[in-house]
Design a protein around this ligand. Structure first.
Ligand code: NAP
Ligand code: GCO
Length: 265
C-alpha cells in the first residue's frame, strides 16, 4: 500500500497570504484555504477594503488578519512579509490575486495606463514572490499560486495591457518553477475563465451582447462563480500537488478546449 492519504489535501498548520482578498476571487479563495485548515492573511489597497474584508471573514467564521499594503510598493511588501513572519510565521502559501484591468482600445490607451496595469498584474507578483521565497527556501517548502487569466493565452479588443501582463505572469510562473523547484517550491497558476465578480460586472449588464457571447463560447454554457476556483486552488496549495510545478490550471468551463459553437446550418 502506498503512503498517500486524504490528509495530503489538508492545509492544517499552513500560513497563507492572499493578496487583494477583501472581496471577489481573492476572498473566495482565501475562504476555501481557511476551510482546508490554513491561517489566512490578506492585504488590500486601503483601510476601507481591509475593514470590509475583515468583517466578511468574521461573518463567515474565519479569523483572518488583514493589512493595508500596495503590492506594487516593494518596501511596503518587504515590511509586510517581515511583520507576518514575526507575528504569525513563515508564509507557506502565497496567492498572487490582486489585479486590475483597463478596457481601452490600444491606440487610445496612454503609456501611463498600460504601465499601471503591468505594474499591478505583473510587477507586483514578482515583488511579492521575491519577498516570500527566501524564507520558503529556509523552511524547505513553499507554494506560490499566480492568478492568471484566459488572457494569458488569448487576446481580445481593449485588453492589450491586461493580456500582456497575464501572458507575462504565465511565464513568471514557469520561471519561478525553473529557478526554485529544487528548493521544493511549487509555483503554479490558476487561469479563471469568465467569473461573476465586480471586475466583470460591466460585461454582464443586461443588454450587453458580451454576456451571450461568453455563454456561447463556454462549453459549460454559463459564467463561472468564485466558488468554482476553490477546489483547484486548494489542490495547488496542498501536498497533493507536490510534483505539479510550472503548470497553469485553467478553470474556464472549457473555453480553451473549444473552437466555439458551430453556426446553424
Ligand atoms: P477585483 O474584484 O478587482 O479584486 C482585486 C482586488 O485587488 C481588489 O480588492 C483590488 O482593490 C485589489 N488591488 C488592486 N490593486 C491593488 C494593489 N496595488 N495592491 C493591493 N491590492 C490591490 O478582481 P477579481 O475579479 O476578484 O479578480 C481577482 C484576480 O483574478 C485578478 O488578478 C484578476 O485579473 C483575475 N481574474 C479575474 C477574472 C474574472 O472573470 N473576474 C478572470 C480571470 C482572472 P480595488 O477594489 O481598489 O481595485
Ligand atoms: C475581459 C475580461 C477578462 C476576464 C478574465 C478572463 O475584459 O476580457 O474582463 O479579462 O476578467 O481575466 O479570464
Amino acid at each position: 500500500m502506498n503512503d498517500f492519504n486524504m490528509n495530503n489535501f489538508s492545509l492544517e498548520g499552513k500560513v497563507a497570504l492572499v493578496t487583494g482578498a477583501s472581496y471577489g476571487i481573492g476572498y473566495a479563495i482565501a475562504s476555501g484555504l481557511a476551510k482546508a485548515g490554513a491561517t489566512i492573511i490578506f492585504n488590500d489597497i486601503n483601510e476601507e477594503l481591509v475593514d470590509k474584508g475583515i468583517n466578511a471573514y468574521k461573518a463567515d467564521g474565519i479569523d483572518a488578519k488583514g493589512y493595508v499594503c500596495d503590492v506594487t510598493d516593494e518596501d511596503a511588501v518587504q515590511a509586510l512579509v517581515k511583520k507576518i513572519e514575526e507575528e504569525v510565521g513563515v508564509i507557506d502559501i502565497l496567492v498572487n490575486n490582486a489585479g486590475i484591468i483597463k478596457r481601452i482600445p490600444m491606440i487610445e490607451m496612454t503609456a501611463a495606463d498600460f504601465r499601471k496595469v503591468i505594474d499591478v498584474d505583473l510587477n507586483a507578483p514578482f515583488i511579492v514572490s521575491k519577498a516570500v521565497i527566501p524564507s520558503m527556501i529556509k523552511k524547505g517548502h513553499g507554494k506560490i499560486i499566480n492568478i492568471c487569466s484566459m488572457m494569458s493565452e488569448l487576446g481580445r479588443e481593449t485588453v492589450s495591457a491586461y493580456a500582456s501582463a497575464k501572458g507575462g505572469l504565465k511565464m513568471l510562473t514557469k520561471n519561478i518553477c525553473a529557478e526554485y523547484g529544487e528548493s521544493n517550491i511549487q509555483c503554479n497558476g490558476i487561469g479563471p475563465g469568465y467569473i461573476e465578480t465586480p471586475q466583470t460586472a460591466p460585461l454582464r449588464v443586461e443588454g450587453n451582447p458580451f454576456n451571450d457571447f461568453i455563454i456561447s463560447k463556454t462549453p459549460a454554457a454559463r459564467w463561472g462563480t468564485t466558488n468554482d476556483l476553490i477546489g483547484p486552488t486548494v489542490f495547488l496549495a496542498s501536498d497533493a500537488s507536490n510534483f505539479v510545478n510550472g503548470h497553469i490550471l485553467y478553470v474556464d468551463g472549457g473555453i480553451l478546449a473549444s473552437i466555439g459553437k458551430q453556426p446553424e446550418a
